[in-house]
Design a protein around this ligand. Sequence first.
Ligand code: KG4
Ligand code: ZN
Length: 372
Amino acid sequence: MKILAIETSCDETAVAILECSGNEKAAKFQILGDALLSQVEKHRPYGGVYPSLAKREHLKNLPHILDEALAQAGISVKEVDAIAVTAGPGLEPALWVGIEFAKKLAVEYDKPLVAVNHMEGHVLAALAQKKTDDRLQITDVQMPILALLISGGHTELVLMKKWLTYELVGQTLDDAVGEAFDKVGRMLGLPYPGGPEISRLAEQVRTSDVLTSNVGHRMSDIKLPRPMIDSNTCDFSFAGLKTAVLYLLKSLSKIPTNGMIYHTSPTEAQKKQIAHEFENAVADVLWKKTALALNQTGAKTLVIGGGVSANIHIRRTFRERIARDFPETGLRIPEFALTTDNAVMIALAGYYRALRDEFTSDIRANGNLALA
Ligand code: KG4
Ligand code: ZN
């Protein structure tokens, strides 16, 4: 079955065409076309995604992105079997652009439509293993699956005991982890999105001697809390961590000299140290809550999905600690190309829903669409 998938939930305009076969337990995919345009440069001056700009850009770019995906696949829309589109969660004005576009194509070419939950796309993208550059497969997955979903809008632990049936195990009580990365990035004067920038600085600390170099403050000054790490729930909180960075920056900027207080910007070395400690704090909390959830649920597979799963320190931490503490648990982390938003993951989820004949012409954008 050829699925044409459209993703416009945030600031990526993406279309993918996949040849899909098999069943839920053993599915194979060949990527025929995969076109993506990131709007990140356009949103950078605003320090975050600006919804009406995202909508305008999707409207302008979607026809070209479709043409590019079709050209890569060497087919026309006539030859696809179904059209999948993200219905939520995400920015509603942006979602509507993709949905209206998909509906028009479906009517024009008389194709069935499938509504996709973006987060289900992240889960399936993490389960999919790359065989060659353009082939993916989802096989040998032990149930139940625990999914740690970490993105700009979500931080949650969900359990899948049966395919595509989700139970919420834990979630953030305030900020999403990607949001915390982006806000801390802004406080450190880094460009949007902050996640990859913080990761870059933190890795420099791990691979250099900046921790021991003379930067004006001892490393012990740079200590951040691990919110809720010892609470006996699988819920998270990141707002306090973000505020702790703010207070830390304020305290570092005050230099008492001759009875006066002078304010300075953090040095590059201090920024690196803060990025490093912030990332360590995030990884520690994510791991502790996930370990608690693995013990509570007895899940046999752990999946990490969403944009923050691109973070190399989090990937490394989970690989090491799963091998150490849960050697029987299978760990699935997406290919780098499938971590942040893309349309391949929407095609995977579209196929799984098409296998259940969940076709509908009545798709509405739902910014808060939940998995469970
Ligand atoms: O899944 P995604 O592409 O979009 C949403 O659905 O939200 O996730 C975007 C988030 C942003 O907050 C971004 O800063 C974060 O993922 N992110 C990262 C990294 N790459 C992207 N966070 C930490 N480290 C990274 N390497
Ligand atoms: Zn996403």
